[in-house]
Write a protein that binds this ligand. Structure first.
Ligand code: ZN
Length: 335
């Protein structure tokens, strides 16, 4: 995907390709939420496609494009930070480690499966450990023929100078507000009627995202999600049927929704136990929470909390999510 605000970089890349001067290592950098990794994937597709279009974009229909779409092309290698294999932490440190770099370099040293390019994309390259960065240096210095490495980062300053100096830098800037607004409107118009946002909301999301359109999109999706949660949990006091929201909740990550429900439950517990002045997680819904707190039975509230914790603990077990949300919403209504 080449976004409207990446035209300059794409034009520059096309010129490099046409004159066969594409460097073997590129460093794509700029703020979060500008689609740098999508740009890297587009460039990789162009390099690997058997019959790129006149504007150098991948054709999307040849046999290698099919492999790329399936994520199984043997000459495209993709690395991003992961937790250490033996880590049991809930919030593990995410890094690109030396083992992963060694495996990558081994693969890049092998002959291409299709007698063409071999491409590696390193997402969040700033998360390379220092030993991994050192291990990468040799391949950056002496890459095999037709090897292209694309490093992507929003934090260039965290990359060792030795790595930076071996890559050709390509900077991505935050687009002007009009470009971002236009793209957001166009994108959201294809996401169904529930994604109907006015200009003020779009501008606010862009402000929160420091102007990055893809981060703004995440903010907007989160606003929509929060809206659905609050409507589902206050359906009983607004005269709606909470079960109607079960199908909507299925579209969101299960644990995220369970944790949202837990935060509402915890707010209710505080209001019931400590009174109206309690500090709340969902402060913006204080009025609704206070109405709910007046009719809550404390024992049922604790049982509901246990039910949520049980589901979070066993979240990896596959369940019928529609039924799960229907059950939980019914229990919530009967607290
Ligand atoms: Zn193709």
């Amino acid at each position: 995907m080449i976004y409207p605000w990446q035209q300059t970089q794409w034009h520059q890349t096309r010129q490099l390709l046409q004159s066969e001067r594409l460097p073997h290592a590129l460093l794509l950098h700029g703020n979060e939420g500008l689609g740098k990794t999508d740009f890297a994937r587009s460039l990789a597709s162009t390099l690997l496609c058997r019959q790129p279009a006149e504007d150098q974009r991948a054709c999307g229909s040849c046999s290698t494009c099919d492999l790329l779409a399936a994520g199984t092309h043997p000459d495209l290698h993709y690395l991003k930070p992961t937790a250490a294999e033996n880590s049991k932490s809930k919030n593990p440190v995410m890094n690109i480690r030396i083992d992963a770099i060694r495996r990558l370099c081994d693969k890049l040293n092998q002959t291409s499966q299709f007698s063409g390019y071999r491409v590696a994309i390193l997402e969040q390259a700033d998360k390379l450990t220092s030993s991994a960065a050192n291990s990468l240096l040799k391949t950056l210095e002496e890459p095999g023929e037709k090897v292209v490495m694309i490093l992507v980062t929003a934090k260039t300053y965290r990359l060792p100078v030795t790595i930076r100096s071996r890559c050709q830098s390509m900077r991505f800037s935050v687009p002007g507000e009009q470009t971002s607004l236009q793209w957001l409107k166009q994108y959201l118009s294809g996401s169904g009627p529930s994604s109907d946002h006015d200009d003020r909301q779009l501008q606010q999301a862009l402000k929160l995202a420091f102007g990055s359109p893809l981060s703004a999109l995440l903010h907007l999706q989160d606003m929509e999600y929060q809206q659905i949660i609050s409507e589902a949990l206050t359906a009983s006091i607004s005269g709606n049927n909470s079960l109607d929201y079960a199908a909507k909740l299925v579209k969101f990550p299960k644990v995220k929704t369970l944790e949202s429900l837990l935060s509402w439950t915890s707010d209710l517990s505080r209001l019931v136990a400590c009174g109206a002045d309690s500090m709340l997680i969902n402060e913006q819904h204080r009025d609704m929470l206070q109405s709910l707190a007046q009719k809550v039975n404390q024992q049922r509230l604790y049982r509901f909390q246990d039910q949520l914790n049980f589901n979070i603990l066993h979240s990896t077990i596959a369940v019928n999510e529609q039924l799960l949300w229907e059950n939980l919403l019914l229990s919530w209504d009967n607290l």
